[in-house]
Design a protein around this ligand. Structure first.
Ligand SMILES: [Zn+2]
Length: 93
């Protein structure tokens, strides 16, 4: 998982990447390899080669919400009202 700062160093423009991946996957599916400079940068920075550039859309830690204070797992989305792992509710703001 990458911080927002790390993510933006690897993915210059997340919206453009999303649209490129969406177009590629709808045309070719996930079975066909998709070359992308951001996927190469991710591999150089982390040492992990993603199976598909599509997975680059799922490595930003902030997309999964805060950590649950009860169990420590991510809430899974930024909009979550409770922890999907243990059911702990987010404190009211
Ligand atoms: Zn929890």
């Amino acid at each position: 998982m990458l911080t927002d700062e790390e993510y933006l160093k690897i993915v210059d423009d997340p919206t453009t990447l999303y649209l490129q991946v969406k177009q590629f996957v709808s045309k070719n599916g996930l079975q066909r390899e998709m070359k992308h400079p951001a996927a190469d940068r991710y591999r150089e920075c982390t040492g992990v080669a993603l199976a598909h550039t599509f997975w680059l859309l799922h490595v930003r830690r902030s997309d999964y919400g805060p950590d649950c204070p009860a169990c420590g797992k991510p809430y899974r989305t930024q909009m979550a009202k409770f922890c999907a792992e243990c059911g702990h509710g987010l404190p009211l703001k």
